[in-house]
Design a protein around this ligand. Structure first.
Ligand SMILES: CC(C)(COP(=O)(O)OP(=O)(O)OC[C@H]1O[C@@H](n2cnc3c(N)ncnc32)[C@H](O)[C@@H]1OP(=O)(O)O)[C@@H](O)C(=O)NCCC(=O)NCCS
Length: 181
C-alpha cells in the first residue's frame, strides 16, 4: 500500500465516492445474507451521499476523508454528529459526542489496513481539534467482528435491534487510544 494517499475529498471525487458507497454497501448487505433488503440498501447509500455533500458546505459539522490508490477512491471515513440509531439507543445521551462513521473500503481492497489508516488519520485531525472522545456504531455482523477486535468491548449492545440475533453495537472510545504517534 505504498502509493496510498489519505486526503479530504474534492468535488471531482464525488462520483468515485458514490460508486464506492454503492459497491461496498451492496456487497456488505449481500455478505450478511440481507441483499434482498433493497430499500434499506438504497436508504443507506443515500444517507451516506447526503452526509458527503454536507461535508462540502461552508462551516460544515461533517469531516470526510478518502483513501486513494492511483486515483481510485478505495476507502472513506467521516466524523460528525451521531446518527439516529445512536441517539435512539442511548436515549440521546451521546448527542454531544461526535461519531466516526462511513468507514467503507472497496471489497477488493479490504483486509489490507486501509480502514486502520483512515481511522488513524481522522483521529489525528480530531486530536488537533482537541476532541478527546468519539462514538461509533455498527449493525453488520462482519464489521462488528472487526470493530470488536479494534475497539474492544462495546459501550452498548442492543440485542435483536435488527431482528432476532441481529444486534446493534455502539462503542465509546478515547481519541488518545487510537490516534497513533
Ligand atoms: C469494515 C471495513 C471498513 C474494514 O476495512 P479494512 O480496510 O478491510 O480493515 P483493515 O484491514 O484496516 O483492518 C481493520 C482492523 O481490523 C482487523 N481485522 C481485519 N479483518 C478482520 C477480521 N476478519 N476479523 C477480525 N479483525 C479483523 C485488522 O487487524 C485491523 O486491526 P489493527 O488496525 O489493530 O491491525 C471493511 O471490511 C468494509 O468496508 N466492510 C464493508 C462495509 C462495512 O461493513 N463498513 C462498516 C460499517 S459499520
Amino acid at each position: 500500500m505504498a502509493n496510498i494517499v489519505i486526503e479530504k475529498p474534492k468535488s471531482s471525487d464525488i462520483e468515485k465516492i458514490k460508486y464506492l458507497f454503492k459497491e461496498t454497501i451492496t456487497t456488505a448487505f449481500i455478505k450478511e445474507g440481507i441483499g434482498h433488503l433493497t430499500e434499506d440498501i438504497t436508504n443507506d447509500i443515500n444517507e451516506k451521499i447526503h452526509k458527503l455533500m454536507r461535508s462540502f458546505q461552508d462551516d460544515s459539522d461533517v469531516i470526510f476523508l478518502i483513501a486513494k490508490i492511483d486515483d481510485v477512491v478505495v476507502g472513506t471515513i467521516s466524523y460528525g454528529p451521531p446518527n439516529n440509531d445512536i441517539r435512539k439507543i442511548t436515549n440521546n445521551e451521546l448527542n454531544n459526542m461526535g461519531e466516526i462513521g462511513s468507514i467503507y473500503v472497496l471489497p477488493e481492497f479490504q483486509g489490507k489496513g486501509i480502514a486502520s489508516k483512515l481511522i488513524k488519520e481522522m483521529l489525528s485531525i480530531l486530536d488537533k481539534k482537541q476532541v478527546t472522545a468519539f462514538c461509533l456504531d455498527c449493525g453488520l455482523k462482519n464489521a462488528q467482528q472487526i470493530w470488536l477486535k479494534k475497539f474492544g468491548k462495546p459501550y452498548i449492545i442492543r440485542e435483536d435491534y435488527w431482528g432476532k440475533n441481529s444486534h446493534h453495537m455502539i462503542w465509546l472510545c478515547n481519541v488518545s487510544d487510537f490516534k497513533g504517534d
